[in-house]
Write a protein of this length. Structure first.
Length: 258
């Protein structure tokens, strides 16, 4: 039997698109001012919209940005030193403390397995998005005119319009479903393979222990004690508490939160 070249290209793409957590996951994000057609894939538990909470906007003792990580408290109900610290900041009640608490508090994100039309050779990719997009997707699947948009045989492709409208401060995501349902792919074997390649979302992102989170917090506080920067400079500098956090999420998903 000859080598399956499409399969080989998929393996190569997976190898070259390594991210945090599971290195076999290929993340997709829309590019600026783009229109892309995707198909959300069905998951074995019937919920293709996976919810996670991330902490962002921390630095280590050397001033390097710490990659976003899962909140032990929000995701797993575990003891979370950072969550405890955030609560203490809110309890302090000062303007600076509350501002810092809002910057450090966990943010909600959603992820879905998708096939990007025109990039089928890349196989299953993971799309990350915010709450507004999530709400739009829920409204869509609860609309009887569309129903199960993930169905491999009678599902619906989605056109993702991403860009910054005139006068808008941040890029926005608009979702337009195709008028007609369609097969995931005409090749049944390929369709089956795509469904088998949907990643285990419980293993996509690295899960940090409370002890590790404590060390991250200690390094962050050490940086704050030794830095000559003002709180205003380190946490946004324009009076908008979520600005720095939103930028961090943008790097991951290509979408600014509202």
């Amino acid at each position: 039997m000859a080598i399956d070249m499409d399969r080989m290209r998929q393996k190569k793409n997976l190898l070259e698109n390594r991210g945090s957590g599971n290195s076999n996951v290929n993340f997709w994000r829309p590019t600026d001012n783009s229109e892309t057609t995707i198909r959300i894939l069905p998951t074995s538990d019937g919920d293709p919209f996976k919810e996670f909470w991330f902490h962002y906007n921390l630095e280590d003792a050397q001033g390097n940005k710490v990659s976003g990580f899962l909140s032990p408290k929000k995701n797993f109900g575990e003891d979370d030193p950072l969550d405890n610290y955030i609560r203490s900041l809110f309890g302090d009640g000062s303007e600076e403390s509350i501002k810092m608490a809002k910057d450090l508090m966990a943010r909600q994100r959603f992820f879905s397995p998708v096939i990007v039309r025109g990039e089928e050779d890349k196989g299953v990719q993971v799309w990350g998005y915010g709450k507004m997009v999530y709400q739009n997707l829920l409204n869509l699947v609860l609309n009887p005119e569309y129903g199960d948009i993930t169905d491999p045989d009678e599902g619906t492709d989605l056109v993702i319009h991403y860009g910054k409208p005139a006068g808008a401060q941040f890029p926005q995501t608009k979702i337009t479903p195709r008028r007609r349902s369609s097969n995931l792919t005409e090749d049944q074997e390929q369709s089956t393979q795509m469904l088998e390649d949907i990643p285990d979302f419980d293993e996509i992102f690295e899960r940090k222990t409370p002890e590790t989170v404590q060390q991250i917090l200690d390094d962050f506080l050490l940086r704050g004690d030794s830095s000559s920067e003002t709180e205003e400079t380190r946490f946004g500098g324009n009076g908008t508490a979520d600005t720095a956090v939103d930028r961090a999420f943008s790097e991951l998903t290509g979408e600014m939160t509202a």
